[in-house]
Design a protein around this ligand. Structure first.
Ligand code: GLU
Length: 280
């Protein structure tokens, strides 16, 4: 039997909502069905928006939902140095450049992308700046064009088991350039890596075989697969699941407190009610 290791990787920047609960319950159920492991990782590299209170509430909600994770919780904030090591590898390959473009721009690129906030492809303003020109406060961006030329014709493939994108996908360089572009890999003014890189590195570090997450993240899989390939790390199988929407068809966002799991708990709902609501 092949090994199955999956994870739930929330960012502790708000409460768990129904969409998160679905993701966690589904990953947990798939891991248990495969006699595999289910790991919990707090993606808390955004030190300003991540709060210990949210972290604690997420753990409480997961316990209440009946989810048990294997091993200790991995908190990305506790291993920031290890991402720096991987970032240096990309730097040695000439794949990074410093960028001084506006904070609003960079913050948008740093947070895990949200549906309804289209990813802005960086126009490449700073892409001819050498690393030796890095000023305190500059962010670091991936030079995607150079990354694609290093990979040449040998572009990586990844396997998807979710219904909406089922199949084998080969990285499409034109799509990558026009839809993703030169993403921020290290945050402006701080030695903190961005979501794209930290999450991909930890999927490899935790030997994740199956990444189970919402469909909204599918478009960013290509960049994570490119980064993993450049770093010589293994590529997991991806499973992007449907998103849980409200009656009006709008995706339930984290900040939609009325739909927080804690609010359903306070209303007297049971974990079985939650499972029913998300269709499990
Ligand atoms: N931390 C991301 C989020 O909460 C999810 C990352 C992932 O599952 O790859 O949106």
């Amino acid at each position: 039997m092949s090994e199955f290791i999956t994870r739930f990787a929330p960012s502790p920047t708000g409460p768990l909502h129904l969409g998160h609960a679905y993701s966690a319950l589904l990953a947990h159920q798939m891991a248990r069905a495969a006699d595999g492991s289910f790991l919990l990782r707090m993606e808390d590299t955004d030190l300003q928006r991540s709060k210990p209170e949210w972290d604690a509430l997420i753990l409480e909600d997961l316990h209440w939902l009946g989810i048990q994770w294997d091993g200790p919780v991995l908190r990305q904030s506790e291993k920031l140095g290890s991402y720096g090591t991987q970032l240096s590898k990309l730097e040695r390959k000439g794949l990074l450049y410093p960028c001084s473009c506006s904070r609003a721009d960079i913050r948008a690129a740093l947070s895990a992308p949200q549906e309804g906030q289209p990813h802005e492809v960086y126009p490449g303003t700073c892409n001819s700046r050498p690393m030796s020109d890095r000023q305190p406060g500059d962010a670091l961006r991936l030079n995607l064009g150079r990354a694609l030329s290093i990979l040449g014709d040998d572009l990586p493939v990844f396997h998807e088991t979710g219904a909406a994108f089922l199949g084998t996908h080969k990285i499409d360089p034109v799509n990558a350039r026009t839809q993703i572009g030169d993403v921020v890999l290290s945050r402006k003014g701080e030695d903190i890596v961005a979501y794209f890189l930290a999450s991909a590195i930890d999927d490899a570090a935790q030997n994740i075989t199956h990444v189970i997450r919402g469909e909204d993240l599918f478009d960013f899989t290509a960049i994570q697969v490119i980064l993993l390939t450049l770093l010589g790390l293994s590529i997991p199988i991806y499973h992007h699941h449907k998103l849980i929407r409200d009656e009006a068809g709008k995706r339930l966002a984290k900040r939609d407190d009325a739909r927080a799991i804690s609010a359903y708990r306070a209303d007297g709902k049971s974990p079985a009610d939650i499972r029913r609501m998300v269709g499990l």
